[in-house]
Design a protein around this ligand. Structure first.
Ligand SMILES: NC(=O)c1ccc[n+]([C@@H]2O[C@H](COP(=O)([O-])OP(=O)(O)OC[C@H]3O[C@@H](n4cnc5c(N)ncnc54)[C@H](OP(=O)(O)O)[C@@H]3O)[C@@H](O)[C@H]2O)c1
Length: 265
């Protein structure tokens, strides 16, 4: 999945380049502090003109709570949370020039531990969007294992997607991945490279990369895929886009997978 955070005015060009390079899934958010969702929409229009149809792409965006908006929310900040979700969602559809999104994600829970009233109100509003058919999947990001377990236990509609930062030192978010696995939730991992520079530099990873005639970055992406993750990359380089996609062709042995799983523990 191609991530469009921090691209600013280059978002249109890079999102387009990612798709023409072979990516079919794009991640954005209705959060101006980090994303230019409307420029993703421009890229989608340009791609449509090139003959790449909307329904061949997987478009994911997010509802970002007020605390993460940096002062320019795409909704009335004094409105109740249900209204904020609806306003943000319909503004996303306008930005993306589409009448549905493939996945709609709560950017982070309101609570650091457990789930509070605000989390349930927002989740219920997202369930409502799922029920309209305009959000084909709903999910949550930046969530701890205990919170995810609670959401899966108590929600009317369980999350279908989880998007989390992945630290090798936390066994690549193993606890959350295990919950996802048992509930059939797609686990999307981000910051696989940027959160784990020591793993990229590890001599064992370098040896595996040499064996497969590739770079440590591809070893990490392939490892992520082989343990069931959907990895995100936010590369700005056309060469890295191609290389990141080529990681799909690699095959790590069971021993290599086991070694990488525990490399930072
Ligand atoms: N839900 C959330 O709260 C949240 C938070 C952060 C990110 N995200 C999502 O995740 C996406 C990805 O973010 P990220 O933090 O994983 O990545 P990122 O910050 O965009 O960084 C990727 C880094 O890895 C480098 N890179 C990529 N492919 C490479 C390769 N093959 N070889 C060497 N270097 C390579 C890139 O450099 P080059 O540009 O030079 O290739 C870049 O410096 C974001 O765009 C966003 O969509 C979500």
């Amino acid at each position: 999945m191609y991530g469009t955070a921090w691209k600013r005015h280059a978002t249109t060009h890079l999102a387009q380049l990612a798709v023409t390079s072979g990516f079919r899934a794009i991640d954005t958010a209705n959060q101006l502090i980090h994303y230019e969702e409307a420029l993703v929409g421009e890229a989608l229009r340009a791609l449509e003109e090139q003959g790449i149809k909307r329904d061949t792409l997987f478009i994911q965006t997010k509802f970002t709570p007020l605390g993460g908006q940096g002062g320019r929310p795409p909704y009335d900040p004094t409105a109740d949370l249900t209204t904020q979700v609806r306003q943000s969602f319909y503004s996303s559809l306008t930005h993306l020039d589409t009448d549905y999104v493939d996945s709609y994600v709560l950017h982070s829970p309101y609570s650091r531990r457990g789930l509070a009233e605000a989390d349930w109100e927002v989740w219920t509003a997202m369930e409502g969007l799922y029920q309209t058919g305009k959000a084909k999947m709903i999910g949550i990001s930046n969530i701890m294992a205990a919170q995810l377990a609670q959401l899966c236990d108590q929600a009317k509609i369980k999350p279908m997607v989880v998007q989390n930062r992945c630290y090798a030192a936390l066994a690549w978010d193993r606890q959350v991945r295990e919950i996802c696995h048992s509930h059939g939730i797609i686990y999307q991992g981000f910051s696989l490279l940027t959160a784990n520079p020591e793993v990229l530099a590890d001599p064992e990873i370098q040896t595996i990369a040499r064996r497969l005639d590739t770079d440590p970055a591809q070893i990490i992406f392939r490892f992520a895929m082989q343990i069931g993750m959907l990895p995100l990359t936010g590369t700005t380089s056309e060469r890295h886009m191609k290389e990141d996609l080529q990681a799909e062709q690699l095959e790590l042995s069971r021993e290599e997978i086991q070694r990488i799983e525990t490399i930072a523990l």
